[in-house]
Design a protein around this ligand. Structure first.
Ligand code: HEC
Ligand code: HEC
Ligand code: HEC
Ligand code: HEC
Length: 497
């Protein structure tokens, strides 16, 4: 009797183990990537998603979900567009940006990103100063861009905004990134759809790419920095990536700054507080991530974290509803990381908290230096000029600091995509800005001009000076402490929906 019981127990255990084994094996052997549905012909000019949707309804439905608001509360710093239909704006989050960007559109309205569905629509919703550059602003926003640029030539790049928009076929005027941008209509393989981007990659010596690299490049055709070339009348005449002298895996901030500081025809705006003509850096996700981040070195691509596989109606698909992994409950990370989600969330937060702390230090220090330049220039109009050697060195250091602050401020992961690089860049920014300040103070001291120990920033003035939509801004705190490490999230705009 005893023996039988034991026997049964052993047999049951064996059966259970076999079942588990089969389960594990079958899951382990499941295709690592979703099965490609049989390809039905999609015409060459299928810019819109309609034809593709007929063949790939699951991916289409998932893509359409980028229209939905996000659970902003799950993200620490990238709240974007919340389910209560509030959009978060960066100038309120980082008041020093209102001072530094005063002089053009970015100083008037600068919002956190939201879903892909809105990329074209948001250009209509934002303050018109942000699309002042003309047709060129459509580069990353419509799948028709290369076609339009070819058809209308350079003219299209500086075409007045309304006229440029009117050139897009009406039914697709509000369409942002779509299947056509990332997939070949012939075999669904990944491709890019921006000539400027292809030229940029060629400039750093790359033409052929692996599938894993393409899972990064389809995103990077828009999530990169670029500069708008201007003619003598400040008309937009071209776009370029500031990658001269860089190589794949090493597009450093140093190289970018060296290039944009010297190149005259990409000085797109004049900074009010200093009067300097400057270039700009935009969402440098590719540059930042690929500069030897741990994930890049481990062969991880953007799509691994932002387009994880999900099971929909019994089929496994790549999630086309791209968003912050935090808002997606870190679904993507679990594939590679055994830690609990809470632990992972803490790791993300620790990285981002450190980045924000340094960004605020660097940002406010750069703003202080900008205000002292303002004073130096004011004195100059009254005939008091500081040593030009001190001045020139200070101006050089100031720009080094400024572009670093813009770089990390514009990169969308708050340091997560490459934590050590963020620390390095911002540490250098603090140093450059502080050295510039010291040089200016030295020059002023020789002339017996007194600068207060704590240079006031007048931040409320810049925050309130933001066009029609900025008028409703009511600061909840005073922003007078230049090193105040406060980071305030003040949701301002209710999008009319
Ligand atoms: C055609 C240009 C384009 C392509 C291609 C593109 N993006 Fe974007 N992406 C944008 C723009 C523009 C926004 C901001 C939209 C807005 O705020 O209106 C954005 C926003 C996002 C957001 C924020 C979404 C949210 O809900 O808040 C994420 C995440 C993102 N992109 C990741 C990716 C990834 C990953 C890829 C590649 C698989 C990719 N993007 C490809 C242009 C692009
Ligand atoms: C290892 C995972 C991982 C990889 C790889 C990765 N990201 Fe991210 N990404 C994140 C995390 C985590 C955040 C921070 C989200 C937050 O704070 O809410 C983020 C934030 C973003 C955002 C801002 C999202 C928002 O809601 O505003 C964009 C855009 C983005 N990534 C694009 C990219 C692009 C483009 C690439 C490839 C060049 C890439 N990411 C590679 C994990 C990743
Ligand atoms: C921003 C780029 C991007 C856009 C836009 C996009 N896709 Fe994808 N898609 C991808 C990536 C990346 C993969 C993963 C491919 C791989 O790993 O080889 C993918 C995979 C697929 C696959 C293969 C099966 C799967 O789910 O992995 C299909 C089918 C597909 N997409 C259909 C579509 C359709 C239909 C649209 C338009 C409604 C679309 N895609 C829009 C980037 C994009
Ligand atoms: C495709 C696999 C893969 C995915 C997906 C992935 N990781 Fe990683 N992650 C790695 C590898 C490999 C390393 C390198 C360190 C190691 O060998 O453990 C790493 C390192 C890290 C580190 C430490 C290094 C650093 O950059 O600070 C953190 C934190 C991290 N991952 C968080 C995340 C989070 C959060 C997500 C989801 C948004 C994620 N990872 C998604 C594979 C992945």
């Amino acid at each position: 009797m005893e023996l039988d019981k034991k026997k049964i127990a052993y047999i049951s255990l064996a059966v259970i183990l076999v079942i588990i084994f089969i389960f594990v094996i079958s899951d382990g052997c499941a295709p690592d990537r979703p099965e490609m549905v049989q390809v039905i012909e999609i015409p060459d000019d299928a810019y819109g998603p309609e034809e593709w949707a007929k063949v790939y309804p699951l991916e289409y439905e998932s893509w359409k979900k980028t229209k939905e608001p996000r659970p902003a509360g799950k993200s620490f710093y990238k709240k974007g567009w919340d389910t209560d239909r509030v959009i978060y704006d960066k100038l309120s989050e980082y008041p020093f940006m209102a001072l530094l960007f005063n002089g053009w559109g970015f100083g008037i309205e600068y919002n956190e990103p939201r879903g892909h569905w809105y990329m074209r629509i948001d250009q209509d919703e934002i303050d018109p100063s942000r699309v002042g550059a003309g047709g060129v602003c459509l580069n990353c926003k419509t799948p028709y861009m290369d076609d339009l640029a070819e058809k209308h030539g350079k003219e299209f790049l500086h075409m007045e905004w309304e006229k440029a928009i009117a050139k897009i076929p009406e039914e697709h005027r509000d369409l942002g990134s779509t299947c056509y941008d990332c997939h070949s209509n012939e075999d669904m393989s990944l491709r890019t759809n921006r000539k400027v981007f292809t030229e940029g990659l060629e400039c750093i010596g790359r033409k052929e790419f692996t599938r894993q690299e393409m899972r990064m490049l389809v995103c990077a055709q828009c999530h990169v920095t670029y500069n708008i070339q201007k003619d003598a009348n400040m008309k937009s005449v071209g776009i370029e990536h500031p990658w001269v002298g860089s190589s794949w895996g090493d597009i450093s901030i140093e190289n970018i700054i060296a290039y944009i500081k010297d190149k005259k025809n990409i000085k797109e705006w004049t900074q009010n507080v200093t009067g300097f003509k400057l270039a700009y850096i935009r969402h440098p996700e590719l540059e930042f991530f690929t500069r030897q981040s741990e994930h890049f070195n481990a062969g991880v691509a953007c799509a691994d974290c932002h387009m994880p596989y999900k099971v929909v109606g019994g089929s496994k698909i790549s999630d086309h509803n791209l968003m912050s992994p935090l808002k997606d409950d870190l679904h993507a990370c679990s594939k590679c990381h055994p830690q609990s989600k809470d632990r992972l969330r803490e790791q993300v937060k620790a990285i981002q908290d450190r980045t924000v702390s340094l960004l605020l230090r660097a940002g406010y220090q750069t703003a202080v230096t900008a205000k002292i330049f303002e004073q130096v220039h004011k004195n100059e109009t009254q005939g008091v000029k500081i040593s030009s050697s001190l001045y020139n060195r200070a101006k050089d250091f100031y720009q080094e600091a400024f572009y670093r602050v813009v770089f990390i401020g514009a990169e969308n992961s708050i340091g997560f995509h490459n934590p050590t690089e963020a620390g390095r860049i911002l540490g250098d920014a603090v140093n450059f800005a502080a050295r510039a300040e010291a040089l200016l103070r030295q020059g002023l001291a020789v002339k017996n001009i007194n600068v207060p120990e704590n240079q006031p920033l007048d931040l409320s003035k810049y925050l309130n000076n933001r066009g029609v939509r900025g008028l409703d801004f009511k600061p909840e705190q005073e922003f007078e402490d230049p090193f105040g490490l406060q980071n305030i999230f003040v949701p301002r705009f209710k999008m009319g929906l």
